[in-house]
Design a protein around this ligand. Structure first.
Ligand code: WTA
Length: 652
């Protein structure tokens, strides 16, 4: 015990950590000159050169039509060739995907077997009439068929749009309609905490609201455990079998051709279709996986995110496979069957890097050190985190109890829109400061500015901005160039400076060493367990319930999730404020968005605090949710409501 207390005290006093010697000795990037080298856009060739191109680019960056930048202009390549075919000669028998199912079953794909199935499914997609540039929707959980389908789409030049498996039927329909997608790949179900979940009924329900004819392919994941039989749909396994041994010539794609679409939450109701390209995105994913995650072909690397989010796209599928490594995929939850599941997997597979999220780390801390202590974690070489700010206590816990003080921790700030990591330490070069993500990566120019766009002093909070384009950046919002400019470029693009500035909508602070601490979103977007959810999306789901007159959704602090959804609801005349009605509201959010958006609390209130001009004072509602001082309410039209709401929240 005393030993533990001593360790705690020592760590609490320590604010900086140096890269461990054993790590530095073998790291991919050790050259300090790299920051200077990347001051020229031409340096990005180093990222592109990690890939195999069918024809080389003529120009690294075309900035004639800002902010519609183009990268590696004129180059041609195929993402599936880069992630699969080119590794066959040297690494055909090595493991590409190591899959661990929740019930303990495993599946191993070597580069050879991955190549085979990607070709077979690509042939099947072709046979179904899928052509280059047709958007294919993938609504699948964490099973190997998801990355296989992604790569099969990439092979024939069809962009994929993966919809997170936890999203609702309505969310699926909305995304398919927006992308004008007429082929869906889904599955009968999957396991959660040992129980089979019905996924197919959800997909079918969504399809009822999709315009036009849709061909549906279903992966039989559950066999006899499935609640709904595959009937009118095509069966994935049959298609692959029918094309056994097929070989599909990869389509050479222009560097700027769309590789995929990924929908993400914004401030308005409809999700944004973020467009990523083949050349720039893939180069950037591979480069950051090489430089930050230190991935080498002989590693067994594990990112515990879901492929339904950008983290899984870049750092389970594209980055790691482009580098020819073994990427581990786990289907289930970290506490099934026991709270040591992750550590048991690290131990069993000799995992070398683990990339996870602060929300998971907070759960591990709460569960206690006995779970990791029961396993040999000495194979780990590097630890990573992403998704939300990590507090220094959680960082240090991760560093000591998982990394044994021998693994650098990279706290990586980035977004769906950035395609890959932007702000983080290079693990062998930079001092680590728990709580601060680090300096911008080489070639990334970021700053913290005030509302006018002027840089703020070190130590003061402001808005994070990115001043220069980078290869992994989104190119536009699907079929909506106008919204792309409005959402990301207008605010801080000051004409007299003649410079376009990307605005990620995050608050941040800079320190004297140029390290950036990201504080969180400055727009109406919540971060629940590292997942982005728009308050407007949730509000419109709630207002859709009969009996609800008005709703305001804000984030309240939550020990595990980071933020939790608080819904303040005004009912219509005659609607009783019962527990049943509360349940109905929660249910509606589940159905419209998915369980991740489920409100932690639904507070009925006769009015919402509003300014004299009628705007809802969200900040005030946030203060109330967090049981904080509400401050000055004199600008309110209805200040008396504040106390009433406070009272109700306390009673909850
Ligand atoms: C937040 C996930 C602090 C941030 C890759 C950003 C972070 C949003 C970090 C993007 C981090 C992500 N420190 N905040 N290391 N990483 N964020 O699009 O608010 O799902 O804008 O991409 O997550 O979420 P998204």
């Amino acid at each position: 015990m005393t030993e533990e207390v001593e360790l705690e005290a020592r760590l609490e006093a320590q604010d900086t950590f140096e890269p461990p010697e054993s790590f530095v000795e073998q790291a991919n990037i050790t050259d300090e000159g790299i920051y200077e080298e990347f001051e020229e856009p031409e340096a990005w060739e180093r990222a592109a050169e990690l890939l195999t191109w069918d024809s080389s680019w003529d120009e690294v960056l075309n900035d004639d039509n800002e902010p519609f930048y183009e990268w590696f202009v004129g180059g041609e390549l195929n993402a599936s060739t880069n992630c699969v075919d080119r590794h066959l000669d040297e690494r055909g028998d090595e493991v590409a995907i190591e899959w661990v199912g929740e019930l303990g079953e495993t599946r191993t794909y070597t580069y050879e077997t991955l190549h085979r199935e990607v070709n077979e499914f690509a042939a099947a997609l072709r046979e179904q009439g899928v052509e280059a540039d047709d958007v294919v929707t993938l609504y699948l959980p964490m099973i190997p068929e998801l990355p296989i389908a992604m790569l099969a789409c990439a092979r024939i030049g069809a962009p994929h749009a993966v919809v997170f498996g936890g999203f609702s039927a309505e969310a699926l329909a909305e995304r398919m309609n927006a992308a004008n997608s007429s082929l869906l790949v889904t599955c009968d179900g999957y396991y959660r905490r040992g129980d089979p979940l019905d996924h197919l009924s959800k997909a079918r329900k969504g399809l009822e609201d999709v315009d036009g004819d849709v061909t549906t392919v279903v992966v039989d994941r559950l066999g006899d455990d499935a609640a709904s039989e595959i009937e009118d749909e095509l069966v994935y396994g049959d298609l692959v079998e029918a094309h056994a041994g097929a070989s599909v010539e990869p389509v050479a794609r222009d560097a700027e051709d769309m590789l995929f679409l990924m929908y993400t939450s914004g401030t308005t109701g409809t999700p944004k279709g973020v467009k990523h390209t083949t050349g720039g995105y893939l180069s950037y994913a591979a480069w950051t996986a090489h430089a930050v995650l230190d991935i080498k072909p002989e590693d067994t690397y594990w990112c515990s995110a879901d492929i339904g989010w950008i983290t899984g796209h870049s750092y389970i599928v594209y980055g790691p496979l482009a580098l020819g490594t073994t990427t581990l995929m786990y289907e289930g939850t970290p506490d099934y069957p026991e709270k040591d599941r992750l550590w048991q997997i690290v131990d069993e597979y000799d995992v070398t890097q683990l990339y996870t999220a602060p929300t998971a780390i907070r759960a591990f801390m709460k569960w206690g050190t006995e779970y990791p202590e029961g396993h040999d974690l000495s194979s780990l070489r590097l630890l990573g985190t992403v998704g939300e700010p990590i507090n220094p206590r959680a960082w240090k816990w991760y560093y000591t109890h998982i990394g044994n003080e021998e693994c650098p921790v990279v706290d990586t700030w980035w977004q769906t829109e950035t395609g890959g990591m932007m702000i983080t330490t290079l693990p062998a070069l930079n001092t680590m400061k728990p709580g601060s993500a680090g300096p911008p990566l080489p070639g990334i120019s970021a700053d913290v500015v005030d509302a006018r766009g002027d840089p703020v002093e070190a130590g003061r909070a402001g808005y994070l901005v990115v001043n220069q384009p980078w290869p992994g950046m989104l190119r536009t919002l699907y079929k909506n160039d106008e919204r792309f400019i409005d959402e990301y470029w207008d605010e801080y693009s000051i004409p007299e400076r003649d410079q376009w500035v990307y605005s990620p909508e995050d608050g941040a602070k800079l320190d004297d060493d140029g390290y950036i601490t990201v504080l969180g979103r400055v727009d109406d977007v919540l971060n629940v367990s590292g997942h982005r959810l728009g308050t407007m999306e949730i509000e419109s789901a709630i207002v859709g319930v009969e009996g609800v007159a008005e709703a305001a959704v804000v984030g309240g602090k939550h020990e595990m999730k980071g933020e939790a959804v608080y819904a303040y609801v005004i009912t219509e005349e005659g609607q009783e404020e019962t527990e049943e009605f509360r349940a109905e509201i929660v249910e509606a959010v589940d159905e419209t968005i998915g369980p991740i958006a489920r409100p932690e609390a639904v507070v009925f209130t006769p009015e919402l605090p509003k300014t004299r001009s009628g705007k809802i004072m969200r900040r005030l509602l946030e203060n109330i949710a967090n049981d904080e001082e509400v401050g000055n309410t004199s600008t309110l039209r209805n200040p008396e409501i504040v106390e009433e709401i406070q009272q109700k929240v306390r009673e909850e």
